[in-house]
Design a protein around this ligand. Structure first.
Ligand code: 3PY
Ligand code: MG
Length: 498
């Protein structure tokens, strides 16, 4: 009988574990499909019963070594967990060496302890397995109280204890730092790590996510938690409902006075049409070349007004501010895309120009119109981002960087303009049928579709919208596995040209 957890610890490795608390064998099975060092079944706070635990261990042990956080430190709780097939126990709330000795005694058969022999799995081949079991059982005790921290060295010294495992949440309650952790809490945790090391024992801790787990591994902790099932279900569920519902409030389009930049072609003109239809009182139609918007202006001459505006031209922005003092809705649609990778072209001129127009141009417009929006009751700003704000498509790497910068800017705007009640919405479509994507051979949505989504998003006071299959699908992928999407997009470099 072997225990891969003990083997990994002995070679200096850090055991990565999933943590299952919901009591569902199916969820547990799904969590470890990728294969991972260990799966901890939480019988202290979790919903496992003896039969569900037994079933779940059977369903998962080929993919992850089963460990159980026991219901308590009692002889029978520990015996039950091990009889179910767990190869290790994590015993909560251990505060003294005496208590630790009792834990070891419950976990080991005589002569090292007094574990009772029985159970279904241990009896499958008891004659062969029992003599080898003691050495294969991993024993961890949880340090999660002030007394536990105080006595950590004595607890670690108890023969048969393999690991001190810290419970940061209970520890924060016990040390009075909850809900924040802070330096006092961290010092307590580090003192436990040192106590374990001095005794030649391992130290682990509960971490609620993989980035924290990797960071603690760096510090020398040797059992960390990558994810736990309640969080995997609850957090995205809550986020989805909030995103779907938006935040009802005052209509941002009816009777609005809008200014839409970039109306020479593409999404701009369609946005103007959609806003007109949705009840905007007046729209300044911003364009770098006024010749190109004549026919659009003719569609509603009494409600549309031409405005010559290049968002990188300070004088034109200043003139726009003088003219358009009644604006309540600023749509920063104007942008540029050279469709170029970072290295396949000479120099960084394209990258700089994209940043100049998409990022600094939008920023200049927001700064110029902020006082006007404030004076007019708050209103709204709409920024034309892209799904590529969230993940780089190296085919047009510098454009993506400018859109990522613009996404970040949009977040800052939302925060800074909250006090003046200006709603800020980001628009993140995938490929849209415009001149900008003329050479890109992927399914595209129509500009009118994006315009309709903008109107809908403003009605719902959404903070972000993802119009079309591509954007919505990529966002879905990014929320589950952003690295997989990044690697997928990396494949769209036509050829290595370095
Ligand atoms: C704690 O942080 O107290 C724990 O028990 C982790 O589950
Ligand atoms: Mg705890």
């Amino acid at each position: 009988m072997q225990n891969p957890v003990i083997e990994k610890l002995r070679t200096g490795g850090c055991v990565g574990a999933m943590w299952a608390t919901l009591g569902s064998p199916t969820v547990a099975e799904l969590m470890v499909q990728e294969g991972i060092d260990a799966l901890v079944f939480d019988m202290q706070h979790g919903l496992w019963t003896r039969p569900t635990l037994e079933a779940a261990i059977g369903m998962t042990r080929a993919k992850a070594t089963p460990l159980v956080r026991t219901q308590d430190d009692s002889f029978f709780a520990i015996g039950n967990a091990l009889d179910s097939g767990a190869l290790g126990i994590i015993v909560p709330m251990v505060e003294s060496a005496e208590q630790a000795k009792r834990v070891v005694a419950a976990a080991k058969y005589p002569p090292e302890g007094r574990r009772s022999s029985g159970g279904i799995r241990p009896a499958i081949d008891m004659k062969a397995d029992l003599p080898k079991t003691n050495a294969a059982i991993f024993v961890a005790v949880m340090i999660e109280t002030a007394a536990g921290v105080e006595n950590a060295a004595a607890i670690a010294a108890v023969p048969g204890i393999d690991m001190l495992f810290i419970g940061p949440f209970d520890l924060s309650v016990a040390t009075g730092t909850f809900p924040d952790l802070g330096p006092k809490h961290e010092a307590a945790m580090q003192s436990v790590l040192q106590a374990a090391r001095k005794a030649g024992k391992f130290c682990g801790l509960f971490t609620p996510g993989v980035t924290m787990a990797a960071d603690r591994r760096l510090q020398g902790f040797q059992l960390v938690i990558l994810a736990y099932d309640q969080d995997l279900v609850q957090t995205p569920s809550k986020a989805s409902i909030r995103r779907y519902n938006g935040a009802p409030g005052k209509d941002l389009i009816k009777d609005a006075v809008a200014l839409v930049t970039g109306c020479n072609r593409g999404i701009g003109p369609e946005t103007v049409r959609a806003l007109l239809k949705a009840g905007a009182r007046k729209i300044y139609v911003g364009a770098r070349k006024l010749d190109g918007i004549k026919s659009l202006l003719a569609e509603a001459p009494d409600r549309l007004q031409a405005m010559e505006i290049d968002v990188t031209n300070g004088a034109q922005i200043a003139a726009a501010v003088e003219t358009a003092r009644d604006v309540t809705l600023l749509v920063n649609n104007g942008g540029i895309n050279f469709n170029t990778p970072l290295f396949a072209i000479n120099g960084t001129d394209n990258a700089r120009r994209e940043m100049e127009v998409n990022y600094f141009g939008t920023l200049a417009m927001c700064r110029a119109f902020q006082p006007i929006l404030k004076a007019n009751g708050g209103g709204a700003i709409v920024n034309m981002l892209s799904i590529l704000s969230h993940v780089n498509l190296p085919l047009m790497g510098s454009l993506c960087a400018s859109k990522a910068a613009l996404y970040s800017l949009t977040q800052a705007l939302r925060a800074e303009l909250k006090a003046q009640d200006t709603h800020v919405m980001g628009v993140l479509p995938g490929a849209v049928e415009t001149d900008m994507t003329a050479g890109v051979n992927v399914p595209k949505i129509q500009p009118s579709y994006v315009a309709a989504a903008i109107v809908d998003g403003l009605h719902r006071r959404a903070e972000e919208i993802y119009p079309g299959d591509m954007a919505a699908g990529v966002f879905y992928g990014l929320s589950g596995d952003p690295k997989a999407v990044e690697h997928e997009f990396a494949n769209y470099l036509p050829e290595a040209r370095l």
